[in-house]
Design a protein around this ligand. Structure first.
Ligand SMILES: NC(=O)c1ccc[n+]([C@@H]2O[C@H](COP(=O)([O-])OP(=O)(O)OC[C@H]3O[C@@H](n4cnc5c(N)ncnc54)[C@H](OP(=O)(O)O)[C@@H]3O)[C@@H](O)[C@H]2O)c1
Length: 276
């Protein structure tokens, strides 16, 4: 089973690469920063390049987490934003269909009730991905926490880690309520879904516990003696609740909030195991 993992240098991509290469042959791509010498360069907004890489490597499965992970960059470059978060998905699906590959697309809870450009383009990309002839899987995570080989990208978990590394008291929001997703749970769900040949599904991957950015940062950092400050940022994002029923019905692994915290504490204590 050959997997082409696009954006293997990103926060989520790098952890998926680390976990899945223990089970499958995984080829990783990067765009700007080459986190690992084995990664190949690919700009997915270039349809020609995408097709060439797919034809050269002939993957069985393509995993696609290479999106802008928030709506913010759309303000400065709306065209570039759409090129990555929507048109590139079409290039990937078209190239996958030429080589008969399945596509696993990392979407978001934001696609459930899209309130901004980020959620709207996730919905459009999900519709594109459903046109993959060999089969598709749409993974919808909520806010993702857990150690990745990429600790540099400005992602929510890396902001928590920075407080520990710089011994600073960070401020974290109390207004947005969500059910966090453990990064290792995303890898585990993809691993089992591939082994069970479970495709043509949209799967919500999350823990069943409602938290805030403040409560998660506090719980992650408390064992290390680092405190955080609560701040109400007045975020109006809706609470999207999801129980474990869907994962259990599909025979996929679940992950409680407590299990996520235990794993994250172990990861932080064994950081050298999470490098590429
Ligand atoms: N992190 C979360 O809490 C969270 C929650 C829900 C959903 N998600 C979804 O998970 C996915 C990954 O998010 P993340 O947090 O890991 O984001 P990230 O760290 O910013 O990773 C984004 C990746 O996209 C790549 N990329 C950007 N432009 C590209 C291009 N033109 N061609 C090829 N690759 C390109 C980046 O490579 P370069 O850096 O080299 O440009 C990077 O590897 C996204 O789809 C996001 O919407 C994330």
């Amino acid at each position: 089973m050959k997997i082409l993992l696009i954006g293997a240098n990103g926060y989520l991509g790098a952890r998926l690469f680390l976990d899945l290469r223990k089970k499958f042959e995984v080829i990783g791509t990067y765009h700007k920063s080459q986190l690992c010498a084995d990664f190949i360069q690919l700009d997915i907004t270039d349809a020609h390049q995408v097709r060439e890489v797919f034809e050269q490597y002939q993957p069985d499965i393509v995993i696609h987490p290479a999106n802008h992970a928030s709506p913010r960059p759309a303000a400065n470059d709306p065209q570039g934003y759409q090129a990555l978060n929507q048109q590139a998905t079409n290039h990937i699906v078209a190239a996958a269909n030429t080589v008969g590959a399945k596509v696993i697309f990392i979407s978001s809870f934001a696609a459930i009730t899209p309130g901004d450009i980020y959620g709207q383009l996730k919905v459009q990309s999900e519709e594109s991905v459903k046109k993959t002839t060999a089969g598709y899987l749409i993974i919808r995570p909520s806010l993702i926490l857990g150690l990745s080989p990429n600790t540099e990208n400005d992602r929510p978990f890396n902001r928590v880690l920075k407080c520990l590394d710089t011994n600073t008291v960070g401020e974290f929001d109390t207004s947005w309520q969500f059910q966090p997703t453990y990064v290792g749970h995303v890898s585990a769900v993809i691993d089992v879904a591939i082994k069970k040949n479970l495709f043509n599904q949209t799967i919500h991957v999350t823990s069943p516990s409602v938290q805030t950015q403040y409560s998660t940062a506090k719980d992650i950092l408390a064992p290390f003696g680092v405190t955080v400050k609560p701040v109400d940022k007045g975020l109006t994002l809706p609470l999207q609740e999801c129980d474990e029923h869907e994962l259990k019905a599909l025979g996929l692994p679940t992950c409680s909030y407590q299990e996520m915290l235990t794993r994250i504490h172990e990861e932080i204590q064994n950081r050298s195991d999470y490098q590429l």
